[in-house]
Design a binder for this molecule. Structure first.
Ligand SMILES: NC(=O)c1ccc[n+]([C@@H]2O[C@H](COP(=O)([O-])OP(=O)(O)OC[C@H]3O[C@@H](n4cnc5c(N)ncnc54)[C@H](O)[C@@H]3O)[C@@H](O)[C@H]2O)c1
Length: 383
């Protein structure tokens, strides 16, 4: 059964996922308002490529979730809130702690505070974009002990990383552990400030919504990629960062031993998961992973990306590392499938083709990776 939806507010809706979700909602005949300050880190100091915000079908408010007047204006006559607004750089979050807390946690708290004090109870549902980062290192089993017991290792210490001990080992026998898909019932163990703020958002939304009688749905996204992702932001988005270097003919520097893995999911699949979470009652008060459920090494992804641009592979495994980065994580999608009847379906080959074709239509941005890494090194957050 579909949820009767009136006006939908998307916070942070001018961003990467917000764009695709807006298109999906408009195609489904829904009415969309966006609240977004057009953060320079994401959109550039002079935002470009945002004509779609002014096409007459969308109400756009340039403002912030940290501003009470902005949020109050944005919430007027809204039935559903999709809360995407966030600062999203894992490495940057480790030294801009207050900013990440203010926007991600403070913005969510302000949103809920306004709803808690709204006697009309107009908002009926909140859908939150959370992150696989809340699991930290995720779930593993030891194939040597063969007991199938799921283990949840601590995040890797600075000492362990400095010794290039990349993989987690079994506490019982010392054998390297094998990563397995993370389930929503697995423990949350954030390893970065960004992850901690995403987990705090989850708690705030779950607890406040339950007490206020507002439906909520929480989507824990894996690594989202695709057309429209910020090419300006050097703090997040490995495929954006690598695509700029491929186009500049530069080497792709690959951290650790290049065998760390991520679960890459295309943004159109993610937008459809949000659409389902907004429209279907099955999503009510559920927390669901959204990924492909496939792990891909960073070396493989760099190779696929180079292929998609028809470029030779210029990959260099640097043995460098960042504190707060996890080693492996991929999603168990069973809940998403069972609850929403939805499975991501754009495979990596197709997704890469779409992404590279879009990137080719964009100006080649400045390469600011070295700048971002230098910031981390200066703070001893990268070795
Ligand atoms: N892209 C991914 O791989 C990924 C993975 C896991 C979770 N997420 C989550 O999904 C959400 C959307 O991510 P995205 O990839 O579209 O990021 P994005 O950076 O492209 O978009 C975020 C948007 O939020 C806006 N924003 C920043 N500060 C704001 C504020 N104070 N008030 C309102 N808006 C603000 C930015 O201007 C930007 O338009 C975030 O909550 C992020 O944590 C993304």
């Amino acid at each position: 059964m579909t949820f009767k939806v009136g006006k939908i507010l998307i916070t942070g809706g001018a961003g990467f996922i917000g764009f695709h979700l807006t298109q999906a909602l408009l195609a489904a005949g829904q009415s969309v308002r966006i609240l977004d300050p057009l953060s320079p880190q994401v959109h550039g100091s002079v935002p470009v490529g945002l004509e779609w915000l002014h096409n007459g079908q969308i109400e756009f408010i340039r403002g912030s979730v940290t501003s009470e007047p902005d949020l109050r204006a944005a919430l007027k006559e809204v039935d559903v809130v999709v809360h995407l607004a966030a600062e999203t750089g894992t490495g940057q979050s480790m030294y801009e702690i207050k900013r990440y807390n203010d926007v991600n946690v403070g913005g969510t708290a302000l949103l809920l505070d306004i709803l808690a004090n709204d006697s009309t109870r107009a908002v009926k549902r909140i859908v939150l974009a959370s992150s696989r980062s809340i699991y930290g290192e995720g779930a593993y089993v030891c194939q040597n002990c063969a007991d199938e017991i799921r283990q949840f290792p601590d995040c890797r210490s600075a000492k362990q990383l400095a010794a290039h001990q990349w993989e987690h080992v079994c506490t019982a026998c010392g054998t390297c552990l094998t990563p397995v898909p993370t389930r929503e019932t697995d423990p949350a163990r954030p390893a970065s400030i960004y992850a901690a703020t995403k987990y705090a958002q989850e708690d705030l939304v779950r607890i406040a919504s339950t007490s206020l009688g507002i439906d909520y749905a929480i989507l824990r996204l894996q690594n989202v990629y695709g057309e429209g992702q910020s090419l300006n932001n050097p703090y997040t988005g490995i495929l954006s960062i690598f695509s700029t270097r491929v186009r500049r003919g530069q080497v792709l520097p690959i951290f650790e031993d290049g065998l760390e893995t991520r679960d890459f999911v295309h943004v159109r699949d993610v937008a459809n998961a949000f659409l389902a979470a907004v429209l279907f009652d099955g999503a009510v008060n559920q927390t669901m992973n959204v990924g492909m459920g496939v792990k891909t090494t960073v070396t493989e992804i760099a190779g696929h990306l180079s292929d998609a641009f028809g470029a030779t592979h210029k990959l260099k495994t640097t043995s460098e590392y960042r504190l707060g980065d996890i080693r492996h994580n991929f999603a168990d999608n069973a809940r998403l499938k069972n609850i929403l009847g939805f499975e991501p379906c754009i495979d990596l080959a197709e997704g890469m083709r779409l992404f590279a074709a879009w990137v080719g239509t964009q100006d080649v941005p400045d390469d600011r990776l070295d700048f971002a890494n230098a910031e981390l090194k200066a703070r001893k957050l990268m070795g």
